[in-house]
Design a protein around this ligand. Structure first.
Ligand code: FAD
Length: 508
């Protein structure tokens, strides 16, 4: 009789390097590496074909890497409980191994169902942390130190070999349409897989990252100067520990070098390292309070914006036809790349939530589908932060005209993505309605007066902030979610030095 299986359930950790569940499982018996393509998950409103296409390419590479060890990845389409139950009935599962996942509401419910099944079936489910997020966290005190400790732990080598289990395991990786996903062209999507992840990390640390600190904010430079590691972290082709250790080593290598280039590298690597903390800091919020995917973090903002978005405004924002060329260029670039830099993501949400007064859940879902790097914990925390519904962040209303002048002064980015305004002279490129030839442009006039709309939004938010009970609830939120570490983000990406705990009410 064959030994029961050690099932390693891959989810968003599509690699064999630094994969503890895989290494631990291999110490206990024959390993079945398993990926379950779950139609229910891919039918969710935040899922898209571009995300699946990225994941599917990662899976193909992972399958080959596991195959080289002796047992390729088994890929099954279906409901997780049903799939695991069937494997258990036919082959016997000695233990189920996986990384802990901080996912959306659907995966949270699915994990509870899997846990209930495993308990009932007597199958131990061993979940292993994979980043700085802490399960059942009691207090944020000491969180950053714990992150540092976890990231300093030794990387886990893949098992030397996996005993082959025979050939009757399904291996076909479904296509997006098999999962019911609508066509979703993304012509400039990043290449997926472990090899691309390692190449992206290397090119950032060796060449592209030198001026990261100064070039990350403008979309003219950010596509090259940002690390572009986010889809790889989301899908786990790299572990956060690998990235943290590689960037720490790069920083260490600069010691004693006082050249201008080394100074620039140093500032950039420090900035990059801070953002690695943020990744887990924001995910921790969703881990601790899953409802923030759906509800305002601070209840005083309930009912402030309509629940149902104004269809015309939403459609113009989605299509990149709001009449604000810089904003529209960002939306169109995102559609084609599946990626956008932080500041421009923040501006898209801010404009939707403040000037267009749209509910953040609807606009957040559109962006989630557009992002190949969609990470629910970061995404929903950021969407709420940029919409002013956390109650504990400084309100930040982006001005799309000013941002255009600041980040794209010559209109290079705008002319590329909004060719309708290509002939507008540079000084007016961000306000084409002011140009003499505006009437002849095949481009809409501004959908709202952004200055007036921003002022009205600010007034509405300020009125809520002044309301009774706002402060008390805000303190509770800050206590639960605020960072205790100087240098962690208050609003947007600006970090400011301050005493460790004295300004909690400003943190998220
Ligand atoms: C509204 C909104 C939604 C967002 N949604 C997502 C999302 O779904 N997935 C996602 O990975 N990031 C999200 N971000 C954060 C940030 O914009 C992206 O992480 C970043 O643009 C990814 O590019 P990069 O890998 O080149 O980043 P880099 O600047 O090179 O940073 C390196 C890594 O640090 C982390 N990081 C960087 N900035 C932040 C930040 N502000 N908050 C948390 N982690 C950060 C990411 O893991 C990133 O890959 C969102 C930001 C906003 C404003």
């Amino acid at each position: 009789m064959k030994a029961p299986l050690q099932v390693v359930w891959f989810k968003r950790d599509l690699r064999i390097a630094d994969h503890r569940p895989l290494a631990l499982a291999a110490e206990h018996g024959p390993v079945l590496p398993l990926y379950i393509a779950e139609p229910g998950l891919w039918a969710e409103e935040d899922a898209s074909a571009r995300q699946w296409d990225f994941a599917a390419e990662c899976l193909a590479e992972l399958q080959a890497a596991l195959g080289a060890l002796g047992q390729p990845l088994c890929v099954v389409r279906g409901d997780a409980v049903a799939v695991l139950r069937k494997i258990h009935e036919r082959h016997g599962i000695a233990a189920l191994w996986s990384h802990e996942e901080t996912g959306n509401g659907w995966t949270y419910a699915r994990d509870r169902a899997v846990a209930a099944w495993a308990r009932g079936a007597g199958v131990p489910w061993r979940e292993v942390p994979q980043n700085g997020v802490i399960r059942r966290l009691k207090s944020r005190h000491g969180w950053a130190r714990s992150w540092d400790r976890r990231m300093a732990e030794e990387l886990t080598a893949p098992p030397a070999a996996l005993p082959p289990l025979g050939s009757d395991w399904p291996m076909r990786i479904p296509q997006a349409r098999d999962l019911g996903l609508a066509p979703d062209p993304c012509p400039h999507r990043q290449t997926a897989g472990r090899a691309a992840a390692l190449a992206t990390l290397a090119s950032f640390l060796e060449r592209r990252g030198k001026d990261y600190r100064w070039q990350m904010s403008s979309p003219v430079t950010a596509f090259d100067a940002s690390s572009r590691l986010s889809p790889h972290l989301t899908w786990g082709t790299l572990s956060m520990r690998e990235v943290a250790q590689a960037s720490a080593a790069r920083l260490k290598g600069l010691r004693g070098d006082e050249s201008a280039a080394a100074r620039s590298w140093r500032a950039s690597m420090i900035s990059f390292s801070g953002r690695q903390h943020w990744h887990c800091h924001f995910m921790q919020k969703l881990e601790d309070e899953p409802r923030i995917e759906f509800e305002n973090l601070h209840p005083a903002y309930n009912g402030l914006r309509p629940d149902v978005p104004d269809a015309e405004r939403l459609a113009a924002w989605v299509a990149g036809r709001t009449g604000y060329p810089f904003l529209d260029a960002c939306m169109r670039a995102l559609a084609a790349h599946g990626w956008l830099n932080f500041r421009m993501r923040a501006m898209l949400v801010s404009f939707a939530s403040y000037q267009l007064w749209l509910p953040w859940r609807a606009t957040g879902l559109h962006l989630a589908r557009q992002f190949v790097d969609y990470e629910p914990g970061i995404h929903w925390s950021q969407v709420q932060m940029q919409s002013g519904t956390t109650g504990i962040n400084t309100m930040r209303v982006y001005n799309p005209v000013k941002q255009g002048h600041d980040q794209d002064p010559d209109g290079v980015f705008v002319r590329h993505w909004v060719p309708e305004v290509a002939d507008v002279p540079s000084p007016l490129i961000h306000e084409p309605w002011r140009w003499d030839g505006a009437a002849g442009l095949a481009y809409p006039p501004p959908i709202v007066d952004h200055v007036k709309a921003a002022a009205a939004a600010r007034d509405a938010l300020h009125a809520v902030r002044k309301g009774s009970g706002h402060r008390v609830a805000a303190s509770r939120i800050a206590e639960k979610h605020g960072s205790r570490k100087a240098g962690m983000p208050m609003t947007g990406q600006k970090s400011r030095r301050r005493p460790a705990t004295s300004q909690l009410a400003l943190d998220l």
